[in-house]
Design a protein around this ligand. Structure first.
Ligand SMILES: Cc1ncc(COP(=O)(O)O)c(C=O)c1O
Length: 342
């Protein structure tokens, strides 16, 4: 029973087939190939706009750090949730790639920034006061690190508050598909239509081998050459870009990414029901996507540990269980049987 992460899951067969299909003959390097050209059309359709540029990376950390490096200068700060992946799990990559930008951590329940805290930080922002590091960007995450989903209206509201103070807006969408499946919003509504300048769209957790797309929208496209130069400088310019593009194309074709995310979300809800049927088990956060965070009584905690169920203890005392496109009904049944022993 492996509920450790959606990155522990295999890639979808369509992704493997797409890579094999792209493996024909020579193609121009560094994104000049046919598959990457086709991907542009897929992205325009998916996001309902031609007013975008994109870059492909193999990891979410690299794509977040590159994205933020064009949204915040070395002498500025990025407002984000105190549990954000860019703060807790990226070993200072945003600071490194931006050349020194600070992260300004904001509190909030369930991985979502508290509105009052955001308003206070924006109200106190004073770019003309030389002793302070002014906010230059807001970074939101959807799904959040606690598995909850911001509704699009909240993203829109937070971004418009930030923009009123001259900030740029970034969305970490490592699990964007799960947030879209949960809220019913379209990719366009949750990104550029909500004012997001740069989206890092993860496909790895959804079912790719390793493919994250940095999408740059609207007026921020002026910074795209800088993003490319930074990608090159930091070693994130894959020469055989076609194999990353092939993964993305397979995921977007016939909306496979959304089908897989909806399935993972549904499995997580069923998993949560199984866990919560046990007395003493409570959800730490609502299950909006494919992650379940539970408080477990000591007896169940011990049982799960003894059985070697893979999951992560999480800050705050809960346990995180992640479902993926490949989590089987039999995995859930095995969990139900195990819990019956308690
Ligand atoms: C919210 C979020 N952002 C970004 C990432 C990307 O991380 P990685 O560099 O492991 O692909 C993750 C991975 O766990 C994540 O949960």
């Amino acid at each position: 029973m492996d509920f450790s992460s959606d990155t522990a899951a295999p890639a979808h067969p369509a992704v493997i087939e797409a890579i094999a299909a792209a493996n024909q003959g020579n193609q121009p390097s560094y994104g000049g190939d046919e598959v990457t050209a086709r991907l542009r059309r897929h992205l325009s359709e998916t996001f309902e706009t031609d007013d975008l540029d994109f870059w492909l990376c193999a990891s979410g950390t690299a794509s977040n750090a590159l994205a933020l490096s064009i949204l915040c200068s070395p002498i500025g700060a990025i407002a984000c949730h105190e549990e954000a992946h860019i703060e807790r799990d990226e070993r200072g990559a945003p600071e490194f790639f931006s050349g020194g930008a600070k992260l300004r951590l904001l509190p909030g329940h369930g991985g979502q920034i508290d509105e009052t805290a955001l308003r206070a930080a924006l109200a106190a922002n004073n770019p003309n006061f030389v002793h302070e590091t002014p906010l230059e960007a807001l970074s939101l995450t959807n799904l959040t690190e606690c598995g909850t989903a911001y509704p699009t209206s909240k993203i829109e509201q937070f971004v418009s508050l930030a923009k009123a103070e001259g900030l740029n807006a970034h969305l970490d969408g490592a699990r964007l598909a799960n947030a879209l499946a949960s809220t019913g919003a379209s990719p366009a509504e949750m990104s550029w239509k909500a004012g997001i300048d740069v989206l890092t769209l993860g496909l790895t957790k959804t079912g790719a081998i390793g493919c994250e797309i940095i999408l740059v929208f609207g007026s921020k496209r002026a910074e795209f050459p800088q993003l490319q130069a930074r990608a090159k400088r930091s070693g994130h310019m894959p020469p055989k870009m076609r194999f990353l593009a092939a993964q993305a194309e397979a995921m977007l074709t016939d909306n496979l990414w959304m089908t897989l995310a909806a399935k993972a979300n549904q499995t997580a809800r069923e998993f949560a029901d199984i866990l919560c049927a046990k007395p003493g088990v409570t959800l730490a956060y609502p299950v909006d996507g494919n992650e379940v965070f539970c408080m477990l009584p000591p007896k169940i905690e011990a049982l799960i540990r003894k059985a070697g169920v893979k999951c992560y203890p999480w800050p705050g005392g809960s346990y995180r269980f992640v479902c993926s496109w490949t989590t089987l009904a039999s995995d859930l049944e095995a969990m139900r049987d195990l819990l019956a022993e308690s």
